[in-house]
Design a protein around this ligand. Structure first.
Ligand SMILES: Nc1nc2c(ncn2[C@@H]2O[C@H](COP(=O)(O)OP(=O)(O)OP(=O)(O)O)[C@@H](O)[C@H]2O)c(=O)[nH]1
Ligand SMILES: [Mg+2]
Ligand SMILES: [Zn+2]
Length: 323
């Protein structure tokens, strides 16, 4: 984004900082916010998108977004029809937030990380609520060793203590990052700790289900004081990214990518093929490939099969739910 109003048509470039259906908040290059609506039914934009917008008549209270500019690096989710739906555009990295409470769903973590690998987005895992001492924290920390060994940056933080927030701030600087993960892990609380003026709504997790209450309902982007921006996104119950071909699923798992060249068949899917190096590692070398990560891989592969199946419409209900 690098220019000022064009005298020809009065339109200028801005970034969508929040999207509520067809109503949008667009920030111009000077950081001024404009309430806008979308022009025409075909146009679809998400938080983070760069757009061309303007006012039909000088002095209008609402602007109009006319055009979506080309996207780079998009976070998408798989919908029930097997298609990708954009969630946040033009980002540099995902911050996958987990916590001792609600109990981590590691499949969700693996799926965000696999999606990041397939699309070339950097990923960081943040263990929030590290002030909640006990077995759940110890178990989460142990599992996180798997990701540390794979060279994913792992940050321990708590919105109750400054040092962890400072480490997270360092990971975010100069980048456009999005906080993702299960509902109730403290994404909006982290945003508020990092950008106090964001004043995002937060809510206790449900005592009955021990799950989050899906407090955040739309993604919103906030500038970081030291440069870069942070997007808070609605928590998920389940998540899958759009899926590549079956033989590319393994590329979403760094340890499988490293082991696969030693499989007998170049197109090995690491299921039941003979002389599969990946399966051997999952069965007997947990430090090279944990059985849990291998199971995550197999479940993603099974999801590809489901969408490749012509009778998939009857099975679509089993695809990840939106939230
Ligand atoms: N003990 C503790 N509680 C925290 C911490 N961070 C957030 N919480 C609490 O966790 C609950 C959920 O926080 P939110 O920030 O609303 O969680 P969220 O991930 O934004 O949830 P969704 O918007 O539903 O996805 C709130 O009660 C917060 O006060 C933390 O570091 N320690
Ligand atoms: Mg939230
Ligand atoms: Zn194999």
């Amino acid at each position: 984004m690098s220019e000022s109003p064009s005298p020809a048509d009065g339109r200028r470039t801005g970034r969508v900082v929040a999207s509520h259906g067809r109503q949008l908040d667009v920030e111009d290059t000077a950081g001024v916010r404009h309430a806008c609506r979308l022009h025409g039914r075909q146009l679809r934009v998400v938080c983070g998108d760069e757009v061309r917008f303007g006012y039909a008549t000088e002095g209008d209270s609402q602007g109009t977004v006319y055009e979506l500019l080309p996207r780079r690096r998009l976070l998408e989710r798989l919908n029930g029809r097997g298609q990708g739906e954009p969630v946040v555009a033009n980002l540099d990295q995902l911050i996958v937030v987990i916590a001792p409470e609600p109990r981590p769903d590691w499949d969700v973590v693996d799926r965000y990380l696999a999606g990041a690998e397939w699309t070339g987005i950097k990923a960081v895992v943040a263990l929030n609520k590290s002030d909640i001492r006990g077995d759940a924290l110890i178990a989460a920390e142990q599992e996180l060793e798997v990701y540390r060994r794979l060279d994913y940056p792992v940050v321990h933080c708590s919105t109750r203590h400054a040092p962890g927030i400072d480490s997270l701030r360092r990971e975010l600087s100069q980048s456009v990052s999005v906080l993702v993960g299960q509902s109730g892990t403290g994404k909006s609380s982290l945003l508020n700790a990092l950008v106090p003026e964001a004043r995002a709504l937060t809510q206790e997790i449900s005592a009955a289900t021990e799950e989050g209450r899906h407090t955040t309902t739309t993604a919103a982007l906030h500038a970081l004081s030291g440069g870069g921006a942070l997007v808070d996104s609605p928590g998920v119950r389940d998540y899958a990214p759009p899926l590549p071909l079956a033989r590319q699923i393994g590329e979403g798992f760094r340890e499988i990518t490293a082991l696969a060249p030693a499989c007998r068949f170049a197109d090995c899917l690491h299921r039941s093929e003979p002389s599969c190096r990946v399966r051997v590692a999952a069965e007997s070398e947990p430090l090279r490939l944990s059985g849990r990560r291998y199971a995550s891989y197999l479940r993603l592969l099974a999801l590809v099969d489901r969408f490749d199946d012509p009778s998939r419409s009857s099975k679509a209900a089993k695809a990840p739910r939106r939230r």
